[in-house]
Write a protein that binds this ligand. Structure first.
Ligand code: NAG
Length: 495
């Protein structure tokens, strides 16, 4: 037995508890093992377990598992694969398909041994992101995606709108909000997307167009007509019982009645995972910095000067540099008084934030859209009380998922003091926040959220959604290198 230990170390297969990695007992699960669950980047998990059935709680070694994905029927498999070590004994495996396949073979090995039930054979067709092949039955799609029955924020937002009359809003909303320069009017009809924009500042429609097109490639959307506010601030400030207008926005507030959607930032990162973006809800999980015990105990913040409280934070940091390291990477909104706020500092990689144990989340123009990524790390988040929220904030609980502090920052030092005095509790809050992000903010959750939102909103419509004057069709991208054949469309032609 003595000779075995060096070997185990060489394989990196020693758990904190001292067990050996067991290929059979290790666990593999997740939507990336289901052919029908099409996502821009598909993913599944591997949990390292030892021969006694104990889960590893630290990494068994970055290269403990090897994953190979092939299409048995094809000569080439155009799939990018990454195995991300989450450093807690679990791995996130993600893959992006660049072509569609009849079947897919996923082999997960440790050394030369297959892990759990590997190889996994996905019986297709398995479609890649650009394949236009919507599931006609929305209930089947919801099931394939494992979407939740109810999403509380959607219920809350739509409760303000007992009915929606497309004929009426098509007239009234442009009158009320059309001058804002950043409004889009969408109609989805027969699963095609149509748009009319209002104003000069509608560049951000690309994010909305992209998610709607992606959805219509995956599932038959209901006929639906709605308005999207591309600006930062929520718009609908009327108080009931006056008649409210339904406006979809990326940020909600307790002082408005806009219907919230996942932010454009989160949406884009889901669509472009393993593509154009480098910071997304998966990559962040593999880059959470040193372990809790080894993190720097100075609280950390970087950002731009988009709100007064941010100025206060930087002043506080300059007064107590050993407690808070906060600095501006950009000055735009306020006058840059270097004697008060110090020099502009260089951008640091978001992943480097997690060298620090305490992360300060403070509003920008509206909610700070970095919160999903901050939660996914293994630092504890201190979140400013705020009227602004993203689609998931109301499900977060203070003291469970984050440490709250007052919007004027008056108790921030006190809260940091508490965290240092209650290290175990702070660590648990960090863990719960991370757990929340892992279970609620991944790509499949975002797709579910959008679909259910439009589905439930569509059910409130009392007149028919129409393609209005001045609307243009938003076409599907046509530059795909490996076009697919959609089995559902073929079946339709044969009828
Ligand atoms: C922790 O971070 C602060 C601020 O960035 C820095 O001044 C300090 O040297 C760091 N401490 C250690 C132990 O690295």
């Amino acid at each position: 037995m003595r000779g075995l230990w060096p070997l185990c170390f060489a394989l990196g297969a020693v758990a904190a508890a001292g067990g050996r990695l067991s290929p059979e007992r290790s666990a593999v699960w997740g939507p990336g093992l289901r052919a029908e669950a099409a996502l821009p980047a598909r993913y599944f998990y591997v949990q390292a377990v030892d021969a006694e059935g104990q889960r590893f709680t630290s990494s068994p070694g970055e290269n403990a598992f090897q994953v190979k994905i092939t299409a048995p029927d094809e000569q080439f498999t155009r799939v990018g694969v990454q195995v991300l070590d989450r450093k807690d004994g679990s791995f996130l495996v993600r893959y992006r398909m660049y072509a569609s396949y009849k079947s897919l073979k996923i082999e997960i090995k440790t050394g030369d041994k297959h892990v759990a039930k590997s190889p996994y054979i996905l019986k297709g067709p398995i479609y890649h992101e650009n394949c236009d092949c919507p599931q006609e039955e929305s209930s089947a799609w919801l099931e394939e995606m494992n979407c939740p029955q109810n999403i509380p924020q959607i219920q809350r937002d739509l409760a303000n709108f007992p009915i929606v009359d497309p004929d009426k809003i098509a007239k009234e909303i442009p009158q009320r909000f059309g001058q804002r320069q950043s409004l889009c009017h969408y109609t989805i009809k027969d699963n095609e997307v149509y748009i009319k924009t209002y104003g000069e500042h509608v560049g951000f429609r690309i994010f909305m167009d992209a998610i709607l097109l992606s959805l219509t490639r995956k599932v038959k959307m209901p006929d639906v007509e709605f308005f999207v506010n591309l600006g930062d601030w929520p718009l609908e400030k009327k108080k009931p019982p006056q008649s409210l207008h339904p406006i979809f926005s990326w940020c909600g507030s307790s002082e408005s009645k806009d219907i919230v959607m996942p932010t454009y930032d989160l949406t884009d990162s889901v669509l472009e995972t393993m593509g154009r973006v480098s910071l997304d809800m998966m990559s962040v999980q593999a880059n959470t910095g040193p372990s809790w015990e080894d993190k720097n105990t100075t609280a950390f913040w970087r950002g731009r000067d988009s709100r007064k409280e941010r100025l206060e934070l930087v002043k506080l940091s300059r007064k107590y540099p050993e407690i808070i390291d906060a600095a501006f990477t950009n000055f735009f909104f306020f006058k840059h008084d270097e004697s008060l706020y110090g020099p502009i500092v260089k951008h640091i990689s978001f992943f480097d934030f997690f060298k620090y144990k305490y992360q300060i989340n403070i509003d920008g123009t509206v909610a700070a859209y970095r919160l999903p990524y901050l939660l996914a790390g293994n630092s504890v988040v201190l979140k400013q009380d705020s009227i602004y929220y993203e689609h998931f904030y109301n499900e977060l609980q203070p003291w469970k998922h984050y440490i709250p502090f007052k919007s004027d920052l008056s108790d921030l030092l006190e809260k940091l003091h508490w965290a240092k005095d209650h290290d175990e509790e702070a660590k648990n809050i960090a863990k719960s926040g991370q757990e929340f992000a892992r279970n609620n903010l991944m790509g499949d959750h975002i797709f579910c959220y959008y679909f259910k939102l439009f589905q439930e909103y569509a059910s409130l419509q009392v007149s028919e959604p129409k393609i209005r004057d001045g609307m243009e069709k938003v076409p599907q991208p046509e530059d795909d290198l490996f076009p697919c054949t959609c089995h559902r469309k073929k079946a339709k032609d044969e009828l």
